[in-house]
Design a protein. Structure first.
Length: 148
């Protein structure tokens, strides 16, 4: 299958960073479930919305990391930057479609579906703190040793 999605040849950094984001998304999703439970608004639509939103967020991050890895593997950084920018719109449209299907068709809770889309960003924001605590100088994949 030439030109298709070939998962076996993934860059180890893509795997490690996706696992890091997935771990943060899982932790923050559990906290969000607890908040919904504490305020008395928890039901199955919250659970399914959270699961769907979290899966979409992790999938979006994976596609971004995979695109960056493939684009940089082709050589010129300018070409890579253009390719990543071009796919950003497609990923955003895809996220919108997933949210619309989850909320409109599956009748999930809107907030529980949309909030997990922010979780990867939150996890990434904590990366420098984790790197600093572990003694790492740069913000690469050093902060995700706990996943090894």
């Amino acid at each position: 299958m030439k030109g298709g999605l070939r998962v076996t040849g993934l860059d180890p950094a893509v795997k490690k960073e996706t696992a890091y984001v997935a771990l943060w998304t899982l932790l923050l999703s559990l906290i969000m479930q607890g908040v919904f439970l504490l305020i008395g608004r928890w039901d199955a639509s919250v659970l399914w919305g959270n699961l769907g939103g979290a899966a979409a967020a992790i999938g979006n991050f994976f596609l971004l990391a995979w695109t960056v890895s493939r684009a940089l593997g082709k050589g010129k950084p300018e070409v890579a930057a253009r390719q990543v920018k071009a796919t950003a719109s497609l990923r955003l449209i895809g996220l919108g479609a997933v949210v619309a299907l989850l909320v409109g068709v599956a009748k999930t809770n809107l907030f529980a579906t949309v909030i997990p889309l922010l979780f990867p960003r939150i996890g990434i924001q904590f990366r420098p703190l984790i790197d600093r605590k572990r003694g790492a100088d740069s913000a690469g994949t050093e902060g995700s040793e706990l996943l090894d």
